[in-house]
Design a protein. Structure first.
Length: 430
């Protein structure tokens, strides 16, 4: 009876650790209805099947090598059932489930070997080992979640990751089988040093498996974001040309209207034509910074501000931006002002204020923007995350600003202070 309880306790700890790590990796996946009911039922089923399979092995097998091999096949059984659990509890593809289960297995095996290393320094009974295992599993899971897993969107796994996922899976299965047989031989030799080396080998192999999986996924995410940013920059370049043409037409029309106004003022008097004169002067004297691209951006964004009753002030020396291509000037300031306009649109009218300054100091161009905001933004790696639900189609404005600053060996910073959002870009003059 005692052996049965100990075996069941070990199975619960093992299956629970694999499932917990796999679920942690798949934290961003969409859950199905009755998630907790599905999870509890399947987890209990996996524990019972694994425990029953182990019991059957001990009952029928007499040869130690065959028993060891069949116990390892139990690991494969738990792995397959964990994939089934993920597919049943989450709306995920086969490859997403395989990714999460493989990473979960790596994490469990890594934690197990760390716990065994600790046990070698302080021998414990079966219950003490169980408590130690649970503590080590918990610490490893928490550390990996906050430093690795949290930064990865598992729901973005693409077909390009398949080879890496299979490679990581084969690596961990190979490690488990080899480690199991090697451990048996090392115990026969009663060599503590060899056992330590064996555990360290397993730990390093698991870390390599996790690195292959997570690095490749992170690389795919960065590549996807770069492709989106390049596409956005291309679209912004086309938009700049269209807006520049619009501004040019407006300027030409204003110039022609001024000549017509001179004739009308002579005929009807300046007082009667005063309102029309003010309207024409307003369009004709928007921005003259010395940079055509900057004038275009400021002119179009100023129209947006007027429509939304936003007070926009600008003090800019556009001549200092002469070393930047027109398309990059347009993209940089368009994203800065779009972010600011979006932040103040929903605020009371007295707080719909945006200010922008562009100046040169000490061989650097300093770009500074200020605006109020309503909801405190969340910062990830120094960049504000979008508050919109669809993260795949929004939130690239700040990344574009950061990328353009880095392209010209500059830096950009975003910060909030007392309800005001600050954007600063520093570019060395070339």
């Amino acid at each position: 009876m005692r052996e049965l309880v100990q075996s069941l306790l070990g199975t619960v700890t093992y299956v629970g650790a694999v499932a917990a790590a796999s679920i942690m990796v798949g934290h961003s996946l969409s859950r199905r209805e009755r998630f907790w009911l599905r999870l509890t039922a399947l987890l209990c089923g996996i524990i019972l099947l694994s425990a029953g399979y182990n019991r059957l092995i001990f009952t029928l097998c007499t040869e130690s090598e065959l028993m060891l091999f069949l116990r390892n096949t139990n690991c494969v059984l738990v792995f397959i059932l964990t994939m089934l659990l993920l597919r049943t509890c989450y709306r995920c593809t086969f490859w997403q489930a395989l990714f999460c289960a493989t990473a979960g297995y790596c994490i469990e095996h890594l934690s197990q070997k760390l716990a065994l290393l600790i046990q070698m320094t302080c021998p414990l009974d079966v219950y003490g080992r169980t408590i130690l295992n649970i503590c080590v599993y918990g610490v490893v899971d928490i550390l990996l979640f906050y430093f690795v897993v949290k930064r990865i969107q598992t729901d973005r796994i693409e077909t390009e990751n398949r080879a890496q996922i299979v490679m990581a899976l084969l690596t961990i299965l190979f490690t488990i089988f080899i480690n199991s047989f090697a451990s048996t031989e090392v115990r026969r030799l009663e060599s503590t040093v060899l056992m330590v080396y064996l555990h360290l080998f397993s730990i390093v192999t698991c870390i390599m498996g996790l690195f292959v999986e997570f690095y490749q996924l992170a690389y795919q995410e960065m590549k996807s974001e770069r492709d989106i940013l390049k596409q956005l920059l291309h679209q912004e370049a086309l938009q700049y040309q269209r807006e520049k043409e619009t501004i040019d037409v407006i300027n030409i029309k204003c110039h022609d209207l001024k000549h017509q106004l001179h004739i009308l003022e002579a005929q009807y008097g300046k007082d009667k034509m005063k309102e029309m004169r003010q309207a024409v002067d307003g369009y004709d004297s928007l921005f003259r910074t010395g940079c055509v691209a900057l004038d275009t951006v400021l002119g179009m964004k100023n129209y947006n501000c007027e429509r939304n009753h936003i007070q926009f002030t600008c003090l800019a020396n556009g001549e200092k931006l002469g070393f930047l291509p027109e398309e990059d000037v347009y993209s940089l300031f368009s994203n800065i002002l779009d972010n600011a306009i979006e932040a103040v649109e929903g605020l009371p009218e007295e707080k719909r204020i945006i200010s922008l300054t562009v100046m040169e100091k000490g061989g650097f161009v300093l770009i500074h923007s200020e605006n109020y905001f309503s909801a405190q933004p969340e910062f990830v790696d120094g960049l504000p995350r979008t508050t919109k639900a669809d993260k795949t189609c929004h939130g690239f404005g700040s990344q574009s600003i950061h990328m353009l600053a880095a392209r010209y060996d500059g830096i950009c910073t975003f910060k909030t202070e007392e309800g005001v959002f600050y954007t600063d870009v520093v570019l060395p003059v070339k």
